[in-house]
Design a protein around this ligand. Sequence first.
Ligand SMILES: NC(=O)c1ccc[n+]([C@@H]2O[C@H](COP(=O)([O-])OP(=O)(O)OC[C@H]3O[C@@H](n4cnc5c(N)ncnc54)[C@H](OP(=O)(O)O)[C@@H]3O)[C@@H](O)[C@H]2O)c1
Length: 280
Amino acid sequence: MENNLSNLHLTFIGCGVMAESVVAGLLRKKLVENAQITASHPRENRRRELHEKYGIKVFEKNSEAVESVKAQENSGVFLCVKPQRIKGVLEEIKETVSPEQLILSIIAGAKIEQISDALKNEKIVRTMPNTPSQIGAGMTAWTCTEKVSGAERAQVRSLLSALGKELFVESENMIDMATSLSATGPTYVFMVMEALTDAGVHLGFSREVSKELVQETMLGSVLFAMESHKHPAELRNMVTSPGGTSADAIYQMEKGGLRTVLSKAVYAAYSRAVALGQKK
Ligand SMILES: NC(=O)c1ccc[n+]([C@@H]2O[C@H](COP(=O)([O-])OP(=O)(O)OC[C@H]3O[C@@H](n4cnc5c(N)ncnc54)[C@H](OP(=O)(O)O)[C@@H]3O)[C@@H](O)[C@H]2O)c1
């Protein structure tokens, strides 16, 4: 497939964990050259670290980072600071950003309208990744304004592929929905993982053995489900023999309300995402 990022110049505002994951992924996959990427960071030691690790230019001032890519025909600004910094950052860069630049944001709760109004720019992409992105195995939901062209959307797909899989969703409400399902998702999985490992220890396994049994079972089950394309209930039925162990375990999980608890947890996370978005 042709590399559609070969002429994109991109700057990362706030180069912390998530921005570094994108930069590392893009360079590892050779989707961009290091000369196509710049960043900003307030701390000198972090600027040096990023420069030494990735050979990219890192500026102290956010506006200088935007300036560094602005002259290019095809340029983007990726907002990667924490939510509490967004107002200040938009204020700092608003005079430098041009209406032609593509603006991407990874910031949880930051609405497209807020970014667009502050920067007087109508080409906004809002993304919502999750923590496995840090090892290139993430799931990122994203949406964008109508002004983002087909070619730019294709570039966004390529960019986000540096973090793992990506999925375009049609509205910001769906970003809130994805926030509760895929972005908060690792929390549910880690909690189930922890509970099962504890249950193994309760039975008498060492923690190490229990952890390995649980992790490999979770990984294998996910891969099996994906490869078989079967409904989870069908897969579950396959391992549930009459009067067997799974039947007893299922009975207890249903009695304990596992499905309802998970559904309520996802809904609570969704309500929180909506409320945080309204606060801004
Ligand atoms: N982690 C996830 O899985 C995940 C998932 C979805 C969305 N997100 C979003 O991704 C964004 C970044 O998260 P993260 O985990 O990468 O956070 P992070 O590691 O803290 O990265 C933010 C970076 O911005 C720097 N910074 C602070 N003030 C700044 C300023 N005024 N201008 C420029 N840079 C500044 C911080 O420096 P210091 O180190 O000195 O503070 C830090 O290195 C957040 O908005 C979060 O909502 C994260």
